[in-house]
Every structure is written in C-alpha cells, then in structure tokens.
Design a protein around this ligand. Structure first.
Ligand code: DMJ
Length: 932
C-alpha cells in the first residue's frame, strides 16, 4: 500500500494517481509527509531507526531460522515444542488448520519478505527450495481464501520480486518464471471452487480432488464469509495479467459482482456470511473486522491495481455506509445490515486493526488516527491486541496470534503523517514481541494476554506481514533495494507490481455506474487530505487528533451514560425483578418491551439484553428499565464470581527457558489461591505413584518441590492431600488423555471432592497433556526444572536474560502494569430452553469423567454480563466516578506491581480477571466461527 507513497494527492482536487494510468477519478492516496513534520513527538535519529531496523532483521532471523531448522518442510513452526506442524499429525484445531496444505506454507509466505529485508541470497535459496520441494497436489482440504492470500499471493509476490531482481542483473539470473508456473498450477486447482450458480466460491477445496468427487471430502458447504469470497481479485487478476490466462480475473470479478448485487440496498452494507447458492445473508451483522475486512480492502486496492472505476465507486458506497453506521470514532462497531442504527455486538475484534491503514489509502486520515490511537492504548494495557475487546476496553477474547494488522496501520500512518510518534509505537511493538512472545525456538502466539501464557503456534502471516511492515517503518528509501512504491500490498502483504494495471487488460469492464448510489459531496470530503497544505499549516495535526483520546482506554466511561445510582438508592424497584426474569415468559417480555429493553437471541443460545431508553413507553418505564438492567448486571456479576476462576500460568524459569515459556493452566477450586497470594516457585518432581492417589512412596523427592501428578483414578483433592502430606509446596496435575492441549480443549477448573477442602493449603494447577509434556521433556533433557505457578506470567529473570538475549532486548522499556478493568454494563442471558444443551456441547469437560476426577467446567454463567452501548442505547454504567477513583487507586499501586520491578507482585485485581475470563469463554465460541 505504499502504492501511493508520496505521489497520490497534491491538491484537494482528486487527481489521477500516477501509478494507475487507467484510473480516472482516483481520490485515493497514501500521503507521504515524512519531510514536513516539524513538531510534536521527538524526531527519531537515523541511528536509532537503523538500530530498530536491525533489531527487526535479527527477530526475523530468529523466527525464519527456527522455522527452517526445526519445521521445514512442514507448513508452520510450533515454537514451544520446536517442531513442524503437520496437518493430521497434530490434534485438529478446526478451521484454523485449513490454511495448512502440506505445501511449506511459511516458506512460501516468507518469500517476498526476504527481499524487502534485503536478504537476497536467502531469497534465492528459498525460491530454489520451493521449486524443489513444494507439492501442490496433496490430498488435503484447504481454505480457498487462505490458500489464495498466502500461497498464491506468496508465489506471485515471489515471482514479482524475482523478475525485478533478474532485471537488475545480479541475482536470480537463472529464474525463468518457475514461481509463476506454480502459481498458475495452483490457480487452476482453485478454480473448481467457483462452480456455483452464484459464482461465489466454496470455502474449501481438496487440492488433489477438487470439490465434487467423493474423495474430495468437501463441497457440501453452503455458506462462506464475505471476505472469503471477496478477497481474490488482486491475486487472480495478477495471475491473469502475468500469464495472459483471463479466466482467473473473470472468476474473481464475477464473485465480487455477485457480492455487490447482494449488498443490503438501503444500508449499502454486507453481512458476515452468505449462502453461496442462494445469495441469502446468513449472518446479517456487519463490521470491518473478521469475516468482511479484506472484501473492502480489495475493492479499493483492485481500483488502484486495475484502474477500474467501478471498484472505486463500490468502495466509496460501502465506505459511506461504514462511516455512517459502523464508525463511532474511535470505535468501529458492528451493526445489523437491515437495522444499521442498531449495534450487533459490543466488542471489537483484532482484525479491524487493518482499517486505519485502509483509511490512509482512501485518504481519510482523521478517523484513521483516532482508531489507531484507541487500539494502541488497548495494546499498552495488555501488551498485545487481544483477539476481541469490549467497548470499554476489557478483554473479550484473550488470545493473540501475533497478528500484523496494527503494525500495518502504524506503517501507513507514519507514511501519511511523518509523525515520529508512530516510530515510537513501532518500537513498543518490537519490545513487546521480544519481551513476551519470543521463546528459544521462535515467537509463540499468546494464549492469553492477561496471564502472558503462550500457544504452540507461529502463524505464517507473522513472517509474511509483521516483519515487512516493521522493517519498512524504520527503513529509509536507501535501505530497500527496490522502489516499494511501485508495488501494491495484498492483504497478506505480498507485493504485486503496479504496472500490471496496463498489462493484458482483456477483461471487459462492466459499465455499471448507473447502479451506484449517488453520494453527496461529503463522501469526498474524506478523501485526499493534502499534506502539502495540511501539515505545514498544522504540524501537530496528528497529535491534535490523538490528544483528546489520550485516556480513552484508561478513563473509559461509555457514552450515553445515565446515572442511575440516585434513583436506585431511593429504594425504587422495577416492576420486574432481575432474579425473577425468565426469557420464555411472555408477560416478562411484554414488561421488558415497555421498559425499552430489547432481547437479542444470539446464535449460541444466549440472550442479550439492550436497553434503549427512547424506546420505552414513558420516562418512568425507561427508569424502571434502567433499574432492571442494573439489577441484572449485579446479579450476573455475582454469579460470575461464584462460579468462575481465571486461568493460571505455569512459567518455566530454569535454564534454558528463563521464564520465556509460559503454559496455560487450569485453576483449582481449593488450595492456595494464586491470585491472592504470592506466586509459588520451585523445582518439579514426579510423584510416586504418579497418579498421586495414595500415600507417596517418594516423599524425599517431592519435599519442598512442586509435585507432578497424573490426572485420573481419584479426586483432584485427594491427590493434593497426598502430595501435601509428602511435603510438596505445590502440585501440577497433568492430563492423562494423551494429545490433549489447551489449543484444542477448553480449560476447566479442578473442583473439590464435595467435602471441606480448607485443609489443602498448597496451590494446585492443571495442565493438558501437551503442555505437561513440555515440562516432562524438559526434565528428561535438563533434569532440574524450576517453575513458577502464578496468576500472570512474570517478566523473565533479568539476570538470566542478559546472558541469553541479544543486547537489543535489554533496551526494552518498562511496561506499565495491567490496569483495572471497568465493570460490566450489558447483560447476556442463557436462553433457558437451550442452555443445558449449549453448556454440555461447549464444555464437555464439565461432565464428570469416568476416571472420577471431579472436573467443573469454566463455562459462561447462565446469566453473564457484557458491556453494551450504541448510538441510542442507554448505557447502564453509572460508575464513572467510582471507576475514576478505582483507576486512581490502581495507578497508585501500579509502580509496586510493575512486573519489571519484581517477580513477586500481583498486578491485576481478581474482579477484573473474573470479568475478563468469563467473557473470554463466551467470545471464544463466537469468534471461533469468525476466525480467518
Ligand atoms: C492475514 O492472513 C491477512 O491479513 C488476512 O486478511 C486476515 N488476517 C491475517 C492475519 O491476521
């Protein structure tokens, strides 16, 4: 997307973009203002930028080197177990695995990154390996979308830079379009997916057998996500234009045409999933994140690459709708396509972090700065962007798979504003990656940003995108061996040359202008801020936009607040008490309606309550509604506290781990509560008998240590008593179901045995088999293994770190400690009719296993709470004043709890963790479906 770098918009009048010779009305730009910055954040010296660029190179080497050494030719590296992830050999993770086609995914996805990072020799080697080793004809079912953006895009990006290098005359002189031939072969393999009446592709295809044949094991799907069907045009058009085979571009255009036809005509929005046969919207919620994101991105970029006005008109029409309904700066909130004034959910997903970057390309800088700033504050709070977070910035889904979208937007905002603030943002990203995600064998995704625990996963996009954007952020023109501005970035950050716009343009362009909504001029007010005029007049432009948002996360006080405490304290009660409410009682529903409270039946069986004061029958009813909602919030948060415990962390602190590997552990309902007490640190020893179900025969071995016990044969509490009697200072129960892992199974808490468990004083944690074997393997290899049991991983031992880490890491700034979260304001209920089924399906661990372990699932409570708010919604959080006080108290204690200062300080209040954890579980089920 440097595609416009510095050349797009020189005046407020939309200009012809120089790269797009056929584009007539481009109001598109990526403004470059690096030279006009004059004040604001301190400029960063050339030396500092180079140092950071070198740090990015070193990090890339660590990730790529470990992949090549320990995983290649597998698709991905598993950085905790230091081996390759081979589909079929690891427990299935569901849809996420559909990216893996046994085609050395990470190598292909990394190709053009190697050139951007100036590793031309390594690129040449990598291309040879791809040509020698990669087989595209495997009997494996893959995602059409992922295969297109990562593999087809990777091959085309590799080809684009291979021919560039060949032309320069030094490297790749032997290259004869071999990558392009592979890309074409893959293109033909994907084409059968488009064999639907709509022209929308099936979501999955078997690389060897296609769709229809019985051996294909796919082809019965009826739905696909909008992004899945609408993110093909760049790669497919490039393939057509590189090869002259027009069929690819035609198919991708047809799919886009169909999506455009199906847009909701009054709102001009699209839903998240669509039926590929009927074209009906299956999920009618609409945002700019998961499930839709790159559809919008590709409309705008297709215009840039192909110069076809119809793509720009479509994009502008959608953009107008997005800014009208979804954008609530700095937030971007999903709405319903039919009722776009109604929010569809009260949380945002991490994928939308690409949107500020796209807004820069569009030329709409202000909201880009605002949203980016909001996201940055969420990152500062949690070190990474959690997969989803609520409108009051609490964690909604705690995972973070090292996604690059925020780095992408940071890069484009820096290009647009030249504000060194964005370099500082990039520096923080680098520090956090090294500090929290770097493990001895690569970089590990975060399993839970709150505990700091890891997941055995390093996705290929981390190499394709993250390092590219971070390197480019700090690079000067002379640091890159070619002109990056001659290329467009695909959604996977693969580079396609802009000269394709004038090559092989045999596809007839549809003149569809009459179909487009007439947009008023305000749509174009958002385009092309002219940096020549803008920044010299106001060099603090970006800073002045960020300033009011400075405390948007910490001082989150949702909009539309009506303070209800007064009336609440006066003793008035709503006509319907929260504890009596039943979602199946028609009378109750009638009362709710009167009070302006609406019920949203969520797909997973829960019911969400939202109050719109203006929809109440009278102001008295509106007040009753507020009280009802307030009661419901209190009731549900009470239930959460009663029922749920947050996950814990087991951190391996001895050589060679030094705290870098953090495992997600289930808590126990008995024994020492790690969130209230200092963590427990000790060497581990296996108990004998290993199941810990009788008096230990090796008390001398476990005395003063943390005992390892296998799950099964008796109650968890009995095991705890036996190891405690033998003198253990803690216990880790390891699952006896071989291959189980927190990657694939929901965590649960270990329940007591129904008796009084106050006699158990030591902390007990649960690890699934895979995480447990990381400790067992370490014992085999290093004998002495020391671990830390805690509620949140602590920073690595600084002394050890000095010995082990590259010096750059030691420069890391102190990270501010986790901050208190505000309390919930929205209410989700489990639909009484479906709750039982839902709970059993989602959390099979809640069933008592036959082995007699009494496992209680950490599952969403039957009445749980989430924050809510929307344009007209009355938000029920009357707690801003209290919250401010809490925040102040929190910040007063923060210095004490800075994890850099000590290993032994607790940082996050239990209530906040409880609320976060509850939402995590709920969100997991929903987000799993959205995961791309
Ligand atoms: C990438 O594979 C692409 O950017 C895609 O469009 C969605 N997000 C992932 C990385 O988060």
């Amino acid at each position: 997307m440097s595609e416009a770098g510095g050349r797009g918009c020189g005046s407020p009048v939309p200009q012809r973009a120089p790269w797009s010779l056929v584009a007539a009305t481009a109001a598109i730009c990526l403004v470059s203002a690096t030279s006009v910055w004059t004040a604001g954040a301190e400029p960063m010296s050339r030396e500092e930028k180079q140092k950071l660029g070198n740090q990015v190179l070193e990090m890339f080497d660590h990730a790529y080197g470990n992949y090549m050494e320990h995983a290649y030719p597998a698709d991905e590296l598993m950085p905790l177990t230091c081996r390759g992830r081979v589909r079929g050999q690891e427990p299935s993770r569901g849809d996420v695995d559909d990216a893996l086609g046994k085609f050395s995914l990470t190598l292909i996805d990394s190709l053009d990154t190697l050139v951007v990072l100036n590793k031309t020799k390594e690129f040449e080697d990598a291309v040879r390996k791809v040509l020698r080793d990669v087989n595209l004809d495997n009997d494996v079912v893959v995602s059409v979308f992922e295969t297109n953006i990562r593999v087809l895009g990777g091959l085309l990006g590799g080809h684009s830079l291979a021919i560039m290098l060949k032309e320069k005359g030094e490297y790749m002189q032997w290259y004869n379009d071999e990558l392009l031939q592979m890309a074409k072969q893959l293109g033909y393999k994907l084409l059968p997916a488009f064999n639907t009446t709509s022209g929308l592709p099936y979501p999955r295809i078997n690389l060897k057998f296609g769709i229809r044949k019985p051996e294909a094991r796919t082809g019965t799907e009826t739905d696909t996500c909008t992004a899945c069907a609408g993110t093909l045009i760049l790669e497919f058009a490039a393939l057509s234009r590189f090869t002259g085979a027009t069929i690819f571009e035609e198919y991708a255009r047809k799919a886009l045409d169909f999506l455009w036809e199906k847009r909701q005509r009054s709102s001009n929005l699209v839903g998240v999933t669509i039926n590929i046969h009927t074209g009906d919207w299956v999920r009618k919620d609409s945002g700019v994140g998961a499930g839709i994101d790159s559809y919008y991105e590709y409309l705008l970029k297709a215009y840039v690459l192909l110069g076809d006005d119809s793509f720009l008109e479509r994009f502008n029409t959608h953009y107008d709708a997005i800014m009208r309904y979804i954008s609530q700066p700095p937030l971007l909130l999903d709405v319903h396509i039919h009722k776009p004034m109604l929010n569809a959910r009260t949380w945002m997903d991490a994928l939308l972090a690409f949107f500020p970057g796209l807004q820069v390309l569009k030329g709409d800088i202000r909201p880009a700065i605002e949203t980016h700033e909001m996201l940055y504050q969420v990152i500062k709070k949690h070190n990474f962007l959690p997969e989803a977070f609520t409108t009051d910035f609490r964690v909604h889904w705690a995972q973070h798979p090292l996604r690059p979208e925020f780095a992408e937007s940071t890069y484009f905002l820096y290009k647009a504003t030249g504000d060194p603030y964005y370099l500082e943002v990039g520096k923080t990203l680098i520090e956090n990656l090294n500090k929290y995600a770097r493990v001895p064998c690569g970089f590990a995704a975060m399993k839970d940003v709150r505990t700091g625990s890891h997941e055995d996963r390093m996705d290929s996009f981390f190499l394709a995108e993250m390092f590219k954007y971070l390197y480019l952020l700090f690079a000067d023109k002379e640091d890159i061996i070619f002109d990056i501005e001659d290329y467009i970035f695909t959604t996977e950050a693969h580079l396609l040359p802009l000269w394709l716009s004038t090559t092989n343009q045999s596809i007839s362009k549809k003149n569809t202008s009459s179909e487009y909504t007439e947009l008023d001029d305000s749509n174009f007010d958002w385009t092309c801020p002219n940096t020549q005029i803008l920044f010299p007049n106001d060099p603090l432009y970006a800073q002045s936009i960020r300033e009011p948002l400075k405390n948007v996360v910490d001082k989150s006080c949702p909009r539309g607040i009506i303070r209800v405490e007064e009336s609440f304290r006066s003793g008035a009660k709503p006509p319907l008490r929260a504890r009596d409410f039943m979602a199946t009682n028609p009378e109750h529903l009638e009362i709710l309606k009167k009070m302006g409270v609406s019920l949203i039946h969520l797909k997973d069986g829960r019911v969400q309550l939202v109050q719109h004061a203006i929809q109440a029958a009278s102001s008295i009813d509106a007040e009753d509604g507020l009280r009802f909602m307030q009661e419901m919030i209190e009731l549900s948060s009470q239930q959460q506290k009663e029922q749920q415990l947050p996950p814990r962390a087991v951190q391996i602190v001895s050589h060679p781990f030094f705290g870098r590997v953090v495992l997600t552990a289930g808590p126990a309902q008995f024994g020492l509560d790690l969130s209230k007490h200092k963590e427990t640190r000790g060497f581990v020893a296996s108990s004998k008998p290993y199941n810990g179900c009788s008096e230990l025969t090796n008390p001398e071995a476990v005395m003063g240590k943390i005992a390892l016990i296998q799950r099964g044969q008796c109650m968890f509490a009995e095991k705890a008593r036996n190891i405690q009697n033998a003198g253990a200072i803690g216990g880790i129960v390891i699952d006896d179901n071989e291959g189980s892992s927190s990657d694939t199974a929901p965590l649960f808490q270990m329940a007591g045995d129904g008796k009084d468990t106050d006699d158990i004083k030591i902390p007990m944690l649960f690890l699934f088999s895979k995480e447990g074997s990381i400790i067992l393997d370490a014992i085999r290899e290093y004998e002495e293994v020391e671990v830390l049991l805690s509620d949140k991983a602590k920073d690595r031992d600084p002394e050890m770190e000095n010995e082990e880490q590259p010096s750059s890491e030691n420069d890391s700034q102190n990270q501010s400690a986790e901050q208190i979260s505000s309390s919930s304001q929205e209410v989700d209920l489990v639909d009484q009719e479906s709750s039982e089924e839902n709970s059993l399906n989602s959390h099979p661990e809640s069933l008592s296993p036959a082995d007699m372990d009494n496992a209680a699932s950490i599952s969403p409570s039957e009445q749980t709470s989430n924050p809510t708010e929307n344009h007209e919604t009355t938000n029920l959080n009357g707690e801003c004043t209290d919250l401010d006080n809490q925040l102040q108290e929190q910040s007063e204690t923060e210095e004490d709890s800075n994890p850099n200062v000590s290993w032994g300080k607790k940082v996050q209040p239990i209530d906040s963790i409880l609320a976060d954890w509850n939402e995590d579980i709920e969100a997991f089920e929903m987000m799993e479906k959205d995961e791309l």
